[in-house]
Ligand binder design. Structure first.
Ligand code: SF4
Length: 418
């Protein structure tokens, strides 16, 4: 197997513009971070396992470098050769072919890799980010853009599906690529921060549509961008009078918690009401680093909700999901959505039957607090939007009563005259 070169497999790293005043440059430049950018950080938590990993595989890196998010991006695992130093992936034959055919890049931060190190090949988090030849199996119903978001883009990189809210896609770059990514058609196509020209078109569209009161900045992962880029977007949106709420969708706190610097949260909290939707997969992601990152976000008054994709063999048991939602509440993240896995090409090995999701919700409701229970939804193929699914608590009518089943399976009547 040949090692894939960075150029072949990887998105360009955006130029760091933190020393340049707004307005930003109009084009994204391909440039690695400069040495002085990766020397310092105000993040200083390393759990013992991650520190052991750092000493073993990155002995030249200081703790400060390890805790620097740019260092983490710069030193990420992006090819087979480097990955095989920490994981036994010899069972993945023809790795290069797999990456090229599937086109979704491989990228794992050293921090996240430390969670996978020493675990079996079928470890939940490993399955979620390491390529698998089953990705080459295309099943009925799968499509590149199952939510038909491309057809709902009035301008490039802006999805307007619901009347009062819109999704602004800021970048095609992520610090870790999930193998089941709904937007893999985008991240594999663009692989970069879109830049101010593209954002200005989106911002103009939002400015000219007074029905939009809620904007979700997503991607890719917007928190992979330098602070000044993020601030450009947030300040432009906050300057639009009818935009009441700004939300940001990200997986960064789980895969690159070092990105949540004090400087970043200080900037984010200027743009309240500002919410964060955090993509979370498994309870093992909740480490001391993640706890610190979420504490910083919560202390800045930013409400956090989780988004979890239900994945076969990864998080599809009541016990795993219960552990996850409990850990999330402890770090002040409200479990928000549990998604049925979207039918992107090569994802059937990740999809559970819908009855599995209902079983999980049934195993949570009544057995833990309501705050811990996410909405189980299918984002319907074809662009129908999110549709919630509930176990059958409503059993029907009996004269002037409705009949309800509780979490223990017992039936009760509620007087509700016709
Ligand atoms: S972080 Fe989100 S956008 Fe990026 S690969 Fe994962 S699911 Fe896709």
């Amino acid at each position: 197997m040949n090692e894939l070169s960075q150029e072949e497999s990887e998105p360009p790293l955006s130029m760091d513009l933190s020393s340049i005043d707004i307005p930003l440059e109009t084009e994204t430049k391909i440039q690695l971070f400069k040495k002085h950018d990766i020397l310092h950080s105000d993040f200083n938590i390393i759990n013992p396992k991650a520190d052991e990993f750092r000493e073993k595989f990155f002995p030249q890196a200081t703790e400060r470098q390890w805790n620097n998010w740019r260092w983490q991006i710069q030193n990420s695992y992006t090819n087979f050769k480097k990955l095989s130093e920490i994981l036994d992936i010899t069972h993945i034959d023809n790795f290069d072919f797999l990456i090229k055919s599937r086109k979704l890049p491989l990228r794992i931060t050293p921090y996240y890799a430390s969670l996978l190190y020493g675990k079996p090949a079928d470890y939940a988090l490993t399955k979620s980010v390491i390529p698998n030849r089953l990705e080459l199996v295309i099943s009925p119903g799968e499509e590149n853009d199952p939510l038909h978001e491309d057809s709902m883009c009035p301008v490039g990189n802006l999805v307007h599906r619901y009347p009062d809210r819109t999704l602004l896609l800021s970048t095609g770059f992520c610090s870790v690529y999930c193998r089941y990514c709904t937007r893999s058609h985008m991240v594999l196509k663009d692989k970069k921060h879109y830049g101010i020209k593209a954002w200005e078109k989106s911002i103009d569209y939002i400015r000219n549509n007074t029905s939009i009161r809620d904007v979700i900045v997503s991607g890719g992962d917007p928190l992979t961008m330098p602070d000044k880029h993020i601030e450009f977007l947030l300040s432009s949106l906050r300057a639009i009078p009818h935009v009441e709420i700004i939300r940001l969708g990200t997986k960064i706190p789980m895969v690159l918690p070092q990105r949540i610097t004090n400087k970043l949260v200080k900037m984010l909290k200027k743009y309240h009401p500002f919410y964060m939707s955090i993509h979370v997969t498994h309870p093992d992601e909740i480490t001391p680093e993640v706890t610190e990152a979420c504490q910083r976000i919560a202390d800045a008054g930013i409400p956090m909700g989780s988004q979890t994709v239900l994945l076969k063999g990864v998080n599809d048991t009541v016990d795993t999901m219960k552990a996850l939602v409990h850990k999330l509440l402890k770090i002040r993240v409200r479990p928000y959505y549990l998604y049925q896995c979207d039918p992107i090409p090569g994802s059937s090995h990740f999809r559970t039957p819908v009855t599995k999701g209902l079983e999980i919700i049934q195993g949570l409701r009544g057995f833990t607090s309501g705050y811990a229970i996410p909405h189980y939804v299918i984002d319907t193929p074809g662009g129908g939007g999110k549709i919630p699914l509930l176990p059958e608590y409503f059993q029907g009518r009996d004269g002037n009563n409705i009949v309800l089943k509780n979490f223990e399976g017992k039936s009760f009547k509620y007087y509700d005259p016709i």
